[in-house]
Design a protein around this ligand. Structure first.
Ligand code: 48F
Length: 260
């Protein structure tokens, strides 16, 4: 016989247990698009306590929609291994251009990340950062429903040794720092530079170069990197996003291992 109140208690208890267990973590990833998912998988697999916060109900960001709602994506040779590793089938279209189903990609990247130990909190938005001596040491979070409803409800906080801003074009964490912190970003202007129009090849290469520390304690990954440091957008070619997630995880992993 099923007791509805036990079902309710099970959900409340398990969720609060999970949240409570992630109030102090090694890495907080903001945004569950392809870059955030790859970063999360790699960090969790390396043994770091990592949580990913995603504003929306679904994880996957801009990957679901492929290009103009056609649910296929393109990846280059260099990044194919990151799809292979999670069991996604890719098909050669022309030499150097591979396609994959975007639904398969998002599902596989998510499943692999969670199985590696990543904890995902969806429906939570990061609205601010927590600072100590001009270094980001945590995040200010609230239910997305509060944000959407424009409700006057104070947020809560989590402490993280490092944050990865994987919020895509909006670069939300970096932007909040640019707006509210009285210190420069590690960009050429010291400010948020902003993305440029579309140039796939340059954008893809720059995404990797721009995957770095934008502010003490905060690394960028994915499209956020080009938006922050000022480079092109790339459209529905996803190799750079996957490789950038991997690079962000490597860089943050090195800092954590060094005890920084
Ligand atoms: O946009 P998104 O997929 O970022 P990405 O991993 O990949 C970019 C590509 O999808 C595409 C592209 C390359 O071809 O240009 O756009 O860099 O995923 C970003 C995720 O972050 C969430 C947002 O809902 C999305 O799922 N997000 C954004 N701001 C916040 C957030 C926030 N403040 N708090 C929580 N989640």
């Amino acid at each position: 016989m099923l007791d509805e109140v036990i079902i309710t208690k099970a959900i409340i208890n398990r969720y609060l247990e999970k949240l409570d267990d992630h109030l102090e973590i090694d890495v907080a990833i903001v945004g569950g698009g392809p870059a955030g998912l790859v970063a999360g998988r790699h960090l969790a697999r390396a043994g770091f306590k990592t949580a990913l916060f995603e504003r929306k109900l679904s994880i996957g960001g801009g990957m679901w929609g492929g290009g103009m709602m056609m649910n296929e994506i393109v990846v280059q040779e260099e990044a194919r291994r990151l799809l292979d590793e999670v069991g996604v089938a890719t098909r050669e279209f022309q030499p150097g251009y591979y396609t994959a189903g975007s639904v398969e990609c998002v599902s596989a990247l998510t499943f692999a990340a969670v199985k590696a130990g990543l904890t995902v909190f969806n429906l939570i938005s990061v609205e601010d950062v927590m600072l100590r001596d001009q270094r980001v040491v945590g995040l200010v979070i609230n239910w997305t429903a509060v944000e959407m409803g424009g409700l006057h409800v104070d947020p809560l906080t989590i402490r993280a040794k490092y944050t990865i801003d994987a919020t895509g074009h909006a670069a939300e964490v970096v932007n909040v720092i640019a707006r509210k912190v009285d210190a420069e970003l590690n960009t050429k202007t010291g400010k948020f530079v902003g993305e440029r129009s579309l140039w796939a090849e340059k954008a893809e290469n720059h995404t990797l170069d721009n995957t770095r520390e934008a502010f003490p304690g905060v690394y960028t990954a994915g499209m956020c990197s080009n938006a922050t440091f000022g480079s092109y957008r790339m459209g529905p070619v996803f190799g750079g996003m996957l490789l950038s997630g991997e690079k962000a995880a490597q860089l943050v992993g090195e800092r954590l291992r060094a005890g920084d």
